[in-house]
Design a protein around this ligand. Structure first.
Ligand code: CA
Length: 223
């Protein structure tokens, strides 16, 4: 899942970076409102953390301009402590959630997970499809026949993305954009290797290949 963090506090950014990456997010960072607004449109992130007090352009103005132009990406705004009006303004401008500074990182991660679940229309704690369940906290997958698989970072991000969009057809390019970090070697052909690894875990029919289009999870089986 691609996460854009727009925050000018370098110390906070450096502290959050490893935590968010460990939690399985492909992280992009902007440290001002102008770059942040641009990247929020350009990178098509799955989630955005937006500080409201930003140089260049305020977080509220950035959010308003995204919403006005039809950008519906889920946004969690970071507000100053005790500034209740910022929370109200943020929600009115189209934020999906807010968190006041300073915050516990565990709460940030839980809120991001919750936004991600709401986004995929899945209110339960776990993502699942055709008997395969993903435990995001442990980065483990449970197979229909009861095996538990420890996933690598990329396997985890790939499976989570597929489970969050279980009916979509995904091109290799799209998948690699959502699974890798920007600037790292993003070879979409390597995606095939990871797709095949998931097939080894969950059965070759778990993910179908759509010739010329990409990959799609097998249709949901009843029962
Ligand atoms: Ca700030």
């Amino acid at each position: 899942m691609k996460l854009l963090l727009i925050e000018d506090d370098q110390q906070l950014t450096s502290a959050l970076q490893p935590l968010l990456r460990d939690a399985g997010y492909a992280l992009e960072i902007a440290d001002n409102g102008i770059d942040g607004e641009f990247l929020g449109n350009e990178l098509q992130p799955d989630l955005i953390i937006l500080d409201l007090g930003l140089p260049g352009k305020s977080g509220l103005d950035v959010l308003r301009s995204w919403r006005a132009s039809g950008n519906r990406t889920p946004v969690l705004v970071l507000t100053a402590r005790d500034a209740w009006h910022e929370r109200v303004d943020g929600l009115k401008a189209g934020a999906d959630d807010y968190l006041g500074k300073p915050f516990h990182t565990a709460e940030l991660l839980a809120r991001l997970e919750a936004i991600g679940r709401r986004q995929s229309g899945n209110a339960s704690n776990e993502l699942s499809w055709n008997g395969v369940r993903l435990d995001s906290e442990r980065q483990q997958a449970h197979t229909p026949d009861g095996r538990v698989i420890d996933l690598t970072g990329i396997e985890f991000r790939l499976l989570r993305y597929l489970l969050q969009h279980p009916r979509d057809v995904h091109s290799k390019t799209r998948l690699s954009e959502h699974v890798y970090e920007e600037d790292l070697q993003r070879d979409s052909n390597v995606m095939e290797v990871y797709i095949n690894r998931l097939r080894q875990y969950f059965g070759k029919d778990f993910i179908h290949t759509r010739r010329g289009q990409g990959y799609q999870l097998a249709a949901e089986q009843s029962g």
